[in-house]
Design a protein around this ligand. Structure first.
Ligand code: PEP
Length: 258
């Protein structure tokens, strides 16, 4: 089964509605030269933007009707309630949001999210028709202690514990030591981790699930290291932080050939 190649921008806590609109208008003006965004070419690749929640309205207005997707970077797992400052998956879905990130390492490390909360978020998103992108990844200490496989297998298994079996999701492998540090995992290190995750997906849901689920790599992906990462058999796309903030570098990544 051919999996789509997915290039996802994670804007983190950058860009307000005005800057987001200007960026996307510029991006769209070049989009005809991004093969992945032109559905008529029959390419299976996808481009999407994971944006601050406060940008979702303008971003959804700007991107609907195009082949480019969008999403939030986080959500709460309840539909509504006394959760001051949180964003409801149902409200995110009201904007016809197709995707949302779950379990980014910054959420886990800075905001104390654990696998149980992450599993509930995956389920809550699927329940409102949003495809979750579940992030997993080991810290440097865990890699150096030889625990990478165990850590990412467990994060994947636990994060998917409540999923709806018939609904799709994506996985992003993001070694914590490579995020925003300029240290990229070697193509071999990344491919090895992706193989571990693919095998775990097979264990969780069989061969069809393993073969159909895109596993993206994230961690200091830039135009000058993207080709050799994309050449790895198990890498189905990128989750991009820093290099997604400028149109030219993200356009270059959106044009990545698998
Ligand atoms: C990220 O935020 O998910 C990320 C991978 O960031 P960067 O590309 O800057 O390492």
């Amino acid at each position: 089964m051919k999996r789509p190649f997915v290039v996802a921008a994670n804007w983190k806590m950058y860009k307000g509605p005005s800057e987001a609109t200007a960026y996307l208008q510029e991006f769209l003006s070049h989009a005809t030269t991004v093969p992945q965004t032109v559905s008529q070419t029959n390419k299976m690749n996808k481009v999407l933007f994971l944006v601050p929640a406060i940008d979702l309205w303008v971003v959804s207005q700007t991107l609907q009707g195009t082949a480019i997707g969008w999403g939030a970077q986080n959500c709460h797992f309840e539909k509504q309630g006394a959760f001051t400052g949180e964003n409801s998956p149902a409200v995110i879905a009201e904007l016809r949001t197709p995707y949302t990130l779950v379990g980014h390492s910054e959420r886990r490390a800075i905001f104390g999210e654990n696998d149980e909360m992450i599993a509930k978020k995956v389920r809550a998103l699927q329940d409102v028709g949003i495809e979750p992108m579940l992030c997993v990844g080991e810290t440097l200490a865990q890699r150096e202690a030889g625990q990478t496989g165990d850590v990412i297998r467990e994060q994947l298994r636990e994060g998917l514990k409540l999923r709806v079996e018939s609904k799709p999701f994506m996985v992003a492998y993001e070694p914590v030591w490579a995020i925003g540090t300029g240290k990229v995992a070697s193509p071999q290190q990344a491919n090895e981790a992706h193989q571990i995750l693919r095998a775990e997906l097979r264990h969780i849901g069989g061969d069809a699930l393993a073969q159909s689920t895109p596993i993206l790599y994230g961690g200091s992906v830039k135009p000058d290291n993207s080709a050799e990462l994309a050449a790895q058999s198990e890498i189905d796309g990128f989750l991009v932080g820093g290099a997604s903030l400028q149109v030219d570098s993200f356009l270059a990544l959106a044009r990545t050939k698998k």
